[in-house]
Design a protein around this ligand. Sequence first.
Ligand code: ADP
Ligand code: MG
Length: 688
Amino acid sequence: MAKSPKIDDSVTSLRGVGPALSARLATLNVHSVHDLLLHLPSRYQDRTRIVPLAQAVPGQECLVTGEVIDSKIAYGRRRSWLITLADGSGFLTLRFFHFSKRQQAGLKAGMFLRCFGQVRMGPKGPELVHPEYRAFTAQPDPPEPVLTPIYPTTEGLGQARITNLMEQALGCLADWRPPDCRGMSDLSDLLDHTAFPNLADALRYLHRPPVEASAASLAEARERAALDELLASILVMKRRQRARATEQTRPLPRNQQLGRKLRDRLGFQLTGAQRRVITDVLVDLEKPRPMLRLIQGDVGSGKTVVAAFAAVRAAEHDCQTAVMAPTELLAEQHYLNFSEWLTPLGINVALHTGGASQRDRRERSNRLAAGDTLVAVGTHALFQRTERFANLALTVIDEQHRFGVHQRMTLKDKGRSPHQLIMTATPIPRTLTMALYADMDVSIIDELPPGRQPVTTTVVADTRRDEVIARVARACGQGQQAYWVCTLIEASEALDYRDVQTTHAELCERLAPQRVALLHGQMPSAEKTQIMAEFKAASIDVLVATTVIEVGVDVPNASLMVIENPERLGLAQLHQLRGRIGRGSIESHCVLLYHAPLSESAKARLNVMRASNDGFAIAEKDLELRGPGEILGTRQTGEVRYRVLDFTAHAHLIGKASEMAGVLVDDTERSDALIATWSPAEGDYSNV
Ligand code: ADP
Ligand code: MG
């Protein structure tokens, strides 16, 4: 007889798992038996209760039992097999479009059927279409006593198969006890109270809910598992933070007075918040360990200049700074700012974007490799691919959220770890910050430069487009500039939304003689640069653009923004877009020009935008409305992968977990156990 599998063995040690099946399981992040145990049901079917036929309500999943009183083929639009069941309370129709002769011949009036499926409204009343069924010659046995778990699955892997494998895995759980029970340690001394002090109990409960299980008790068991996973993930980050503390890098103490020169030449007073954050950064840079600091600040709070002070400090030591932006447009703008600020101080700034000729590019690379260029501004992709630095001491990552939360970025200077400054304008609710950036120091710029006018926002149906166009014409007539944002580049038959090209053509005509220009991500970069420069110089009045202008673009004289089909965008994105205006001293307006009908959630989003200008308040609402995956832009990239943890359901655990992790990080044995069990995804900034 084969020896029984152990908890840490590969899934291939389970009966019936060969290479094909183990490959499928791997796509579910299941490699070992214990991974399988952490693969929790996404929901449960209630097959414990037989629903009387008369009470089968459309939309509901239910288990029914009845006697077959009729079985016939109906020739309608599609041939189907109809069976009528009766149970004394009433009748219910089963409908099959696909069936065999044998299947049909096997079912006779007088037999009993037990079926499970979702009730739908049919032409003559409620029906079950293609239910699961079993036939009996007499009244069948009582139904299953417990809830049936339904597992997240993948192509070619059915519920029955997973359930069978889980049965085997649960057998191993019985032996999974301290001290071998990795990560199953009893954390009850850290938990106030829970019915599931032991993770193993919680897992057993979730995979095989007992008769008395309720939605509430299942949620509690899940919470127990989520807490473990959250702890594991925070612990990984805390460990990384500690490891960094022992890493050596070049300290950049204060020496010349270039920072003071920069301050005196800026032409504006730094806000108190900027001064505080600049101090945080400069103090970090003086230490011989690499800085990893996240700067959060609402759009327009003035983060760029903070990075400039850091770059100046590096330059004082003849060390290089790489400034990475998510788009070429933004890189370009940073280049202009940094040049304006730093060139007069004798610091060479270079732009590294794709547009240059091959010869220029080679020269540019040579200057960087020779250490002649002290501040290099570019897109992240470019640095990562091609460039060599002579003496890189600092990397600045702007608009970090656009890179994806846990994207691995590698930019190294011959093994030395540079200091890192990460900037984001996506306000992240405080609790999420604790969970996602536990390895970083965080500074918040919570003050806008003086004189900013709050943006007023109106929500207008596109039936009133003409009025909106007239309003733009008026504003431009008074010397103001406007953005007109569309969510599509080209007209689409499938999507009933305004596109940027049609809108551009229309506005050129209707706003003449105002100068209207077009900007979208698929244009050649030289052209984009040209148009941005002209808009900045006010020789363009209206910029019809896609959401490429979402990040960073800064034209203070633009005071009006129209966003078409705002219902397609999330709150974070709308807030970023709106942040392009309200940057000067003129009062600014944002018009959200929607296309009816609006879904409930779109209505809620637009109302939030109308009511608030505060990025943090908006982020909290966004978390409520859509969950964190959307806020962080990670759902699409799939970067953050938790097995059980769901920030929408488990956000209230973060404070506790963060506190617990602070204690546990000193308890190597238990931290090891937790980390080994959950093997949390390695978010990695430390290799930037
Ligand atoms: P963000 O935080 O969105 O990146 P920026 O760094 O682009 O903001 O700054 C927005 C604008 O505010 C820029 O034009 C910048 O020069 C200006 N600015 C920054 N700090 C101040 C300040 N303290 N007073 C006045 N203007 C400022
Ligand atoms: Mg910025």
